[in-house]
Design a protein around this ligand. Sequence first.
Ligand code: ACO
Length: 378
Amino acid sequence: MATPAAVQQWTADANEALSLSLVRAPEDKASLWAREVYEGFHPTFTYPIFGEEEKIYGYKDLAMELKFASGSLAHYLNVQHSEKLPSTSTVDDIEGMLSKFIPPDYYTDEKKFLERVEHDALNFKPFGQKIYSYTRAATTLTKGKNVAISQVLSPEDEETVDFEVYHSTWSTPGFREFHRRMQLFVLLYIEGGSYISETEDTWEFAVLYEKRRRRSAPDVTTYHFVGYSTLYPFYCFPERVRLRISQFLILPPYQQDGHGSALYTAIYQHVLASPSIAELTVEDPAEAFEDLRDRNDLKMLIANDKFMREGFGPEAVSTNGGKVPRTKRGKARPMRAGAGKMGPPAERAWLEKWRTELKIAGRQFNRLIEMLILKHMD
Ligand code: ACO
């Protein structure tokens, strides 16, 4: 029987051994720093693929490369090791395990994959309808990524970069196949994440892309995947829907740069602009997502002059016997903690009017009001 030390020698940590890359065509304007930033990042979770322990047994110096064409997300898989135990039932069949979760047309020939990347750079376009866009200065994109800007951006590269969000459904041509390549990120980055069912027709999607012009052909634009969210509309009495964010992720190279906030804002603006959607809800949010949602909802409320004036300004609408409650320093404090749940009827009516207008789910709206009250207290 193998000793623990021997077992350890042949055991690899799946999260470390699996490295991901987003591959761009070399002429792409961003390629210089893209190489630094977008190669060799790791998954957070691999238990859905390699089992609860996230370990792979039977190999020495194991390295699994999973590369994605940065736009179309076509896959390339390359598994390397210096030694492998003689094939027995205990040695993991890596390709067999991984290939269950990606479409069967993945590349194993790197040359062919790079040809596909070149082809996609010129031909890949986002699916569906553009619902939101924003612009960033290129120099800010390397923030916090340990990349020296002078090393990665030549002066002529110092331009702005566009980001665009597209809305699609299963019936958007080409999207279903694209989603099959994209969904692996849900397993790798969302705790408890699993694939959604393609037979449920009603799913909707919001996908965020970086849009670039090529150095060699400035009139040609290329698109690069940044992150996405799956959305599920539930029936909401009497004739609208409640749109629920189910899965939401931004790939690690793009995290901590405000892109998650931008994607959330895009979805929220889409909800506000759609008469058929009554409100936006979130399924089982992770803590990091709850933070992101709170920050963005609060920012949105604070920027709403009318709401803030009526609820928290000096001439705040009094709902309590004609007198606006004041804090010791004389600031208006029209609503008490818990107001959303148990305030006087006029207060509750005022809150409900704003809640329905802003299409925020009840529990979340109450939380936001509590946060604003705390913010306005001495
Ligand atoms: N420069 C530097 N930092 C910034 C900038 C900027 N321009 N803009 C925002 N930030 C900071 C924010 O202040 C925030 O800081 P904090 O975490 O200290 O509060 C932080 O960056 C994150 O905000 P964003 O950048 O807007 O969000 P991000 O793009 O990193 O996305 C997310 C957050 C979605 C949680 C991402 O980390 C992710 O995909 N994680 C893995 C998957 C996951 O957990 N998804 C949520 C599951 S729940 C669900 O699906 C419903």
